[in-house]
Design a protein around this ligand. Sequence first.
Ligand code: NDP
Ligand code: 2IT
Length: 450
Amino acid sequence: MSEAVESELEHFMQGLRKRNPHEEEFHQAVEEVARSVMPYYLDHGELRDAQILERLTEPDRIVIFRVCWEDDEGNVRANRAWRVQFNKALGPYKGGLRFHPTVTQSVLKFLGFEQIFKNSLTGLPMGGGKGGANFNPKGKSPREVMRFCQSLMTELHRHIGEDVDVPAGDIGVGGREISYMFGQYTRLENRWTGVLTGKGQTFGGSAVRTEATGYGCVYFCENVLHHLGEGMEGKRIAVSGSGNVALYAAEKILQNDGVVVTLSDSKGTAEFKNGLTPEQLDFVKDLKENRRGRISEAADEYDDVEFHAGKRPWGVTCEIAMPCATQNELEIEGAKQLVANGCRVVCEGANMPVDLEASHYLKEHGVLHAPGKAANAGGVAVSGLEQSQNAMRLSWDREEVDQRLKSIMQRIHDRCVEHGTQGDRVDYVDGANVAGFEKVAEAVLAYGVV
Ligand code: NDP
Ligand code: 2IT
């Protein structure tokens, strides 16, 4: 990067940090995008004159509200919830809702900001948004979760709509929570409309939405490997997490004859010494999807599974790492372990799982790094297909949706190659950022000063 570009970047980031104090995750997400797009931005005087980067880093609006509910003992509880409506240049706001005690405005702003470019990459008409609450679903009864979801929707319903803002799931929000929220929305509005995605398939949900993020991430990874003239067969893949994204990534890896060597949760990592088997995957799915237990129980059940308490997966030898849990779960130490053990590809199922220092280290050491906004876009892409099916009042079968998902992931890969090829290598981070940004910037410019 030239000195002039570096100094513009620093000037821009100083302003952003000043305008958004204490929002470290948001600063991190913006810096990654700004670093990639700054040369393009400076080359396009019309974008700069229109202050496109400054405008794109300011959300359209953020709705913040209190969510009161009663627990099973009759105690009154209060949480805080947000909906960050970041940018609607390409379509209605679209993005998930996260329920986790670590949710803050900074986390939701980083997620909403990334979502703008991810949604742009899918090629579907979706703007960027994100929301959630600092509610911890762990240890709550189904009725407590239901009351929380209903209370949250009692406020949120006035801010969303099929042509306005269409939320979906994320950490702590799956089919059960979407159904409770959808039930409350239809009750309050007295109309049935595709206002949320990730619904049950009997009431407007799309085939393959549950699997889409994990499957899509593996499709993206296959494209990366094919571009190198290789395949997934026999490759050792370290997956982190054991939630929605991790489990369906693992399922698709097994279908492609890859070898899953780890799964994890916030308590530690399960190492599958002989590779995860389909039976072991079913065991973990049952544990997690029925909220019965922790990943450590796989080690209690099977002799060839070892549990590493308090450890992340990155010390286990692999050729591919697929972080599918949460932000900043792969830091410099993990990056060094991966490089030392011969890892060549990092493909992000989670949002921003690799921090900036680790990302630079991977790049310096020749590891291909596919960022979440490209590699995990399969989830929101199938959400977009769910919106289309709802609008047309029809539903496509599994094969049709899966085929569309594959084509979308391939197109995103090819756009990253087109915009990120540098000499004989592809910088997937730059490619995704520039390709995603270009389209949104063009739309914002076309709208005039609004
Ligand atoms: P789930 O709630 O289904 O699973 C989350 C997994 O990550 C669990 O294994 C959880 O472990 C682990 N985890 C969560 N927070 C932390 C933390 N602070 N430290 C360590 N481990 C943690 O969520 P999803 O699988 O849906 O989401 C995973 C990632 O994928 C997130 O980054 C999300 O934003 C991203 N994503 C999700 C999409 C979707 O469609 N669901 C689409 C695109 C991206 P534990 O149970 O111990 O908390
Ligand atoms: O981060 C993401 O892309 C999601 N959580 C999915 C969003 C969606 O609207 O399906």
